[in-house]
Design a protein around this ligand. Structure first.
Ligand code: SAM
Length: 318
């Protein structure tokens, strides 16, 4: 069974406005909940390009979407590379529902969860060679502390990195429980609601899968495949990712490029705005959804509409 409860379903579909005759991209198929609704609501002839890095998600979605055969194409790939298969300027909507799916978290052998014992794997795409165990064996304590802090805001990042470095002197760190218990010893729970290893696991997962790099490139790729008036809908699950999405929208919605790293008014280079931000504040799940699906609690959705000016040339305005 490959089952994932989609978050912000109605909100995302309202933003995408699926219609007959249009093409859509679901860059993060997961269990295929959003994808199925896009196909259903864009009947009889809307088209869906679906991507996921996880081969198990692709297999599950092929089966789930079989009733819509002839209207979709699924591919095991990073959404950052969607431009290799999807024509620029061709789509009415792109959805990126980031992070991991329930089946990834729930299957101990995937190594994403500190709640069950499994290999320290954490690869979304199992064709990739780099695993969490390898990363932990190769990084210096300073590198580990940096990713724990930068990716997840772990306050005890240095102490945890030192403990991992000391532990690996005694033997390889290869199991999720081994890492979770080590972190519990360094930073006991003391009544806290969240497990002390939560942030370290998140930071490692992000590093193994280069998640922030994929989001940055995915936003650009998504904008490029949209037609003017098309919508880019992005759901994130932690603040670091949301900041990347928010900053991207803010930067492209301005009618100028800053002249350098610091935005000095005299150095600004005018250009038309490339997107319109349709969500002044991030959209979050309502009480009822949070109650029914606790994993939705941290979800934040932002929506951008591609403007005519972004249609010519590259949408990358780095
Ligand atoms: C939260 S789930 C998506 C759930 C989905 N919307 C549904 O309705 O079931 C996230 C999925 O995105 C995939 N993923 C994450 N980053 C990706 C990337 N850069 N490229 C492709 N797939 C990615 C994960 O493998 C996972 O299956």
């Amino acid at each position: 069974m490959f089952s994932h409860q989609p978050v912000l379903m109605e909100e995302a579909l309202r933003a995408l406005q699926p219609r007959a005759g249009e093409r859509y991209v679901d860059g993060t198929l997961g269990g295929g909940g959003h994808a199925e609704e896009i196909l259903r609501r864009s009947g009889p002839n809307g088209w869906l390009y679906g991507f996921d890095r996880d081969g198990a998600a692709i297999a599950a979605c092929q089966a789930r979407l079989a009733g819509y055969s002839g209207r979709f194409e699924l591919r095991q790939a990073n959404f950052a590379e969607m431009g290799e298969w999807v024509e620029a300027g061709s789509c009415g909507g792109v959805l990126l529902d980031l992070g991991v799916s329930s089946p990834q978290l729930d299957r101990a052998e995937r190594g994403f969860s500190f709640q069950q014992d499994g290999p320290l794997d954490m690869r979304m795409d199992q064709r990739q060679t780099l695993t969490a165990a390898q990363l932990l064996s190769e990084m210096t304590p300073a590198e580990m502390a940096r990713i724990f802090w930068e990716n997840a805001g772990e306050e005890h990042s240095r102490r945890m990195a030192q403990a991992i470095a000391a532990e690996r002197e005694t033997g390889p760190l290869e199991r999720t429980r081994q890492l979770a218990e080590l972190i519990e010893r360094v930073s006991p729970r003391r009544g806290k609601k969240t497990h002390p290893a939560t942030k370290v696991f998140q930071a490692l997962r992000m590093a193994v899968n280069d998640e922030i790099g994929a989001v940055r490139r995915g936003l650009e790729a998504g904008l490029r495949v949209l037609r003017p008036g098309g919508r880019l809908v992005v759901i994130t699950f932690h603040s670091m990712e949301d900041r990347v999405v928010k900053d991207y929208g803010r930067r492209l919605s301005r009618d100028y490029e800053p002249g350098g790293a610091v935005d000095v008014p005299e150095l600004r280079r005018p250009r038309p705005a490339l997107v319109k931000v349709l969500t002044r504040k991030a959209v979050t799940p309502g009480e009822a959804e949070m109650r029914l699906n606790p994993r939705s609690r941290s979800a934040q959705m932002r929506v951008f509409e591609k403007l005519e000016a972004a249609a010519g040339g590259s949408a990358s305005q780095e």
